[in-house]
Ligand binder design. Structure first.
Ligand code: ARG
Length: 582
């Protein structure tokens, strides 16, 4: 058996394993080396798998070797053709074997097609994502973290990991002293219960304005500082109102995340890091001689380990902790609780340095698990604002997208009339618009938030993917053929090149999952799904179901059902809810 191979869950591995065995017989090269060298070509005209011969480090001229091997290689049930192309070998799968294995696999395994549970068996991962700040806007950075983190959590689940989703709220710091004082002055109980997130932000803006006007030495600011001091000292009275703000905000967040198909296992936050754990951490640094004191504040000099990391403050002169210290304390707590095999932080690239710093600190503290931490970063969203203003809350964005989507849908009156719950569909399609726009290019890139572009039904957009899915549903509905009949289809009737290309693409899906686990890029999946839907749409011109003889209709429908399953799996992996009508 070849490590990393998944023939039960990955059709292509059945073919890959055959190729590996044959090449091993011909060259005596180690099976694992051959397995790793086999790649999926960028386009189908270069074969189903491609092997760069130099990677096998054979003696002799690789070009001549390619010729020689292609002549000796035994073709048959799995490999139809092998072509030498310079130093490459191109392998073409046997079409009828591929068709029956792939279509049957998707139809039988349904949502499990593409799952690779062996990879993460008995392993656990923490994915920390979203992590907004209470009383501050949920900005584009949090939106991206939510979308990318939701995807990564699903991805690791598909790979068999036990996944813990953590939201690490910004729920601690002097701003909560400010907020408490502000709520006394401007707060409304009613608004707090109805719309906590916006109301707390309003209050926060007003009181901050007061403090700016009155000055740092003003009684207002002093009161805020004193309030937070009491919170840090564990004063129950002071913590009571803070706990209410926190709870009401979380309740509201839970609803919003649900719209995006995200359910957190844990709402943690900066407030949840214990003072003791941070004191312990600081003590450990001191023992290691890493700390120096500057005007009462404690610093660690990380330049000793890595010049770029600089010196960082870990304790203020008044003994209070910092964002950085809290991350150190929280990571230690998480490791003690979960003994994770991997932990991912989905945080904007503005915090690259911050993450490098606390990863390094943990490493220098002697925790060998520090190398299990990974920062998954991303670029900025430009020009994201609602019609009402520049401050953006996730809820408002989703609301506006839904309205916009509703307008677009209404343009097709006949179709619109058939939709049972247009409001719900507009919401789901609107969410796809926002999410796909976010995930379609490499995450490190900045992108511009474009209302018209992302809600268009044409081009590579979220609504287009939804449209492709609903059209596949419609083909099935209109055929009148029961799903249970599909497994009996005679797949040898699918001979057209477009049918074959569609199946070859469907078969790649498990490998796409594998690739995404390496890249941590949602775009790996998004690009694949667009490619898949484009091929499906080419098929519609040629492979009719309506008006065909029963046998042929059944075979073609099995093909479309298989494509639909993969599209469905990919969309849900990304966090979308595929619709059947729109
Ligand atoms: N609340 C932070 C912010 O809005 C993000 C938290 C990121 N996660 C972390 N462990 N530091 O900037």
């Amino acid at each position: 058996e070849i490590p990393g191979s998944n023939p039960e869950n990955n059709v292509v591995d059945i073919f890959r394993n055959y190729i590996v065995q044959e090449l091993h017989k011909l060259t005596s090269i180690d099976v694992q080396v051959i397995y790793n060298a086999l790649n999926t070509p960028a386009t189908l005209d270069k074969g189903d798998l491609i092997l760069p011969l130099p990677q096998l480090k054979l003696k002799g001229n690789p070009k001549e070797k390619a010729e020689e091997i292609s002549q000796q290689f035994i073709k048959g049930k799995y490999i139809e053709e092998i072509k030498p192309q310079g130093v490459f070998l191109q392998f073409y799968f046997n079409q009828s074997t591929l068709l029956s294995l792939t279509i049957n696999d998707t139809l039988a395994n349904k949502t499990n097609f593409g799952s690779l549970p062996g990879i993460g068996q008995n392993k656990s991962i923490i994915v920390e994502f979203s992590s907004p700040n209470i009383a501050k806007p949920f900005h584009a950075g949090h939106l991206r973290s939510t979308i990318i983190g939701g995807f990564l959590s699903n991805l690791y689940e598909k790979a068999g990991y036990k996944v813990t989703r953590i939201n690490y709220l910004g729920d601690w710091g002097k701003q909560f002293g400010i907020l408490a004082v502000g709520f006394d002055r401007y707060g409304s109980e009613e608004q707090l219960t109805n719309d906590p997130i916006n109301h707390l932000f309003e209050v926060y803006v007003k009181i901050n304005k007061d403090i700016t006007e009155e000055g740092d030495e003003s009684p207002t600011n002093e009161a805020a500082k004193a309030y937070f001091r009491r919170m840090e000292d564990g004063d129950e009275e002071a913590l009571k109102i803070w706990a209410r703000f926190r709870k009401l905000s979380i309740d509201k967040y839970i609803d919003t995340y649900k719209r995006l198909n995200i359910i957190y296992d844990i709402y943690s936050g900066e407030s949840q890091v214990s003072q003791e754990s941070m004191k312990d951490a600081v003590k450990l640094f001191e023992e290691k001689g890493l700390v120096h004191v500057d005007r009462g504040a404690k610093l660690i000099d990380l330049t000793k380990f890595n010049k770029k990391l600089g010196k960082c403050l870990i304790e203020k002169s008044d003994g209070t902790s910092l964002y950085l210290t809290r991350d150190v304390g929280e990571a230690i707590k998480r490791y003690n609780n979960f003994k994770f095999d991997k932990m991912i932080y989905v945080v904007a690239s503005q915090q690259d340095l911050h993450c490098q710093q606390f990863f390094e600190i943990l490493k220098q503290m002697g925790f060998d698990w520090a190398n299990k931490l990974e920062h998954v970063n991303f670029g900025m969203v430009l020009g994201m604002s609602t019609r009402k203003g520049t401050v953006v809350f996730l809820d408002n964005i989703l609301q506006e997208t839904k309205e916009k989507m509703h307008e677009v849908m209404k343009k097709n009156e006949a179709k619109y009339a058939q939709i049972e719950d247009p409001d719900k569909i507009a919401d789901l399609v609107g969410i796809s618009a926002v999410m796909i726009q976010d995930m379609q290019s490499k995450r490190i890139n900045n992108y511009e938030f474009k209302w018209d572009r992302m809600t268009s039904f044409e081009g590579d957009t979220g609504p287009y993917l939804q449209y492709a899915h609903s059209r596949l549903s419609s083909v099935q509905r209109k055929s009148g053929i029961e799903e249970s009949e599909l497994l009996k289809a005679d797949l040898s009737l699918l001979t057209e090149p477009s049918a074959v290309n569609l199946v070859r693409t469907i078969a790649q899906y498990p490998d796409i999952i594998k690739k995404a686990l390496k890249t941590h890029e949602p775009s790996t999946v998004v690009t694949y799904l667009f490619n898949l839907t484009h091929i499906v749409s080419q098929c519609y011109d040629i492979l009719w179901v309506a008006g065909q003889e029963k046998e042929l209709a059944l075979a073609r429908l099995a093909l479309y059902a298989s494509a639909k399953q993969v599209l469905y799996n990919g969309m849900t992996l990304l966090g979308l809810t595929p619709v059947d009508r729109m």
